[in-house]
Ligand binder design. Structure first.
Ligand code: ADP
Ligand code: TRP
Length: 324
């Protein structure tokens, strides 16, 4: 049995890029019977950037609802908010801080990027990788699926855990990252990487009208409706092809090449495909967003389960440090 663990920041509502690039692959991993999955919302980490508690709360609800909507089985696995187990995460973070060399943190890309404006860097951002290491080793995770951008953080987690083991005694499993290099970068409606930060995302959970508005904003060239079009250079076609079946892709390709088919038609087909393909997910998402008590039930159950594991690890660490 392998323990797979990953954390998701509560920095906004999940978009199509998150769903195809992170959520669906992680749900598929969690469905394998040989795996035990830990999935948590890294709301403590999000505090390094989000300063409005109401926004953080709403994002947390949306992220949790999206994972449940995309089929994460919270009863078989572990599903929790980091903040609800903050005592364990931050206690372990302190112990790990005491074996983390300062230059390792100063070298982190996430910190270095901002080091020309040090006045804007809070201490939480600087020690972010230690909390991440604590998140992982607290549950003795074997594998951590993350995007390429998290590679360095994962190397640091492993080094920090190894330092603790070397200095105080073998307590922690050393985690390995699972980075799927083949996951493509999903483009946003402007052709750049789809990201919350660029405001170029497609939120498949929006009500139909608003979703259509976002889709209508997908950038296209000015080829008139009657003329043939090149599907391979068109962003609408590219996005459609990410979620369509082979037959649907072929049919749209033929329409492009034949002419008499406008970008407006393609956008409408893209909307219809999202609505039909993600119908179930949209319903489940709305259910949890509209029934906060049900969402709370799922999370608090997960938190009780996670607590047992966290407690066990902390007890072992305290024993090693002769604090028990
Ligand atoms: P954002 O860029 O919107 O802030 P995050 O950094 O919160 O997204 O991304 C969470 C995870 O979702 C990432 O680790 C990555 O695996 C995945 N992801 C985000 N954007 C994309 C994208 N455009 N294409 C593919 N995967 C993505
Ligand atoms: N830093 C990760 C991100 O921005 C989120 C995260 C926090 C995480 N703790 C983690 C990811 C532990 C994996 C394991 O995406």
């Amino acid at each position: 049995m392998s323990r797979i663990l990953t954390g998701i920041q509560a920095s906004g509502r999940p978009h199509l890029g998150n769903i195809l690039g992170a959520i669906e692959p992680a749900v598929a991993l969690s469905q394998k019977s040989e795996n035990e999955s830990f999935l948590f919302i890294a709301d403590l980490h999000s505090l390094t950037s989000v300063k409005d508690p109401s926004v953080l709360h709403e994002n947390t609800r949306a992220v949790a609802s999206a994972w449940l909507a995309c089929g994460f089985d919270a009863e078989k696995n572990f599903f929790y908010r980091q903040s609800k187990l903050a005592g364990y995460h931050t206690e372990l973070m302190w112990y790990l801080s005491c074996v983390t060399p300062y230059p390792m943190l100063a070298n982190a890309h996430s910190f270095k990027e901002k080091s020309d404006k040090l006045a804007d860097v809070n201490a939480g951002l600087f020690t972010y990788p230690i909390l991440q290491a604590a998140d992982i080793v607290l549950y003795q995770a074997n594998f951590v699926p993350v995007g390429k951008d998290q590679k360095q953080h994962l190397e640091m987690s492993k080094d920090i855990a190894a330092a603790f083991n070397r200095i105080f005694g073998e307590v922690f499993v050393l985690p390995e990252p699972l980075i799927n290099e083949s996951v493509m970068t999903i483009p946003g409606i402007d052709g750049q990487k789809m990201s919350k930060s660029y405001n170029n995302y497609i939120d498949i959970f929006l009500p139909e009208k608003e979703l259509y508005k976002q889709i209508k904003r997908i950038v296209t060239d000015a080829t008139p409706l009657e003329e043939p079009k090149n599907p391979d250079t068109c962003l609408v076609f590219k996005l459609y092809a990410l979620i369509a079946s082979n037959e649907q892709i072929e049919a749209m390709r033929n329409n492009y090449i034949a002419g008499g088919y406008g970008y407006g038609h393609a956008k409408k087909e893209f909307l219809d495909l999202i609505l039909s393909k993600y119908q179930k997910q949209r319903e489940v998402f709305d259910f949890y967003m509209n029934n906060p008590k049900e969402l709370e039930k799922m999370l608090s159950r997960g938190e009780a389960k996670a607590k047992e594991i966290a407690e066990k690890t902390i007890a072992e660490v305290r024993k090693t440090l002769k604090f028990d």
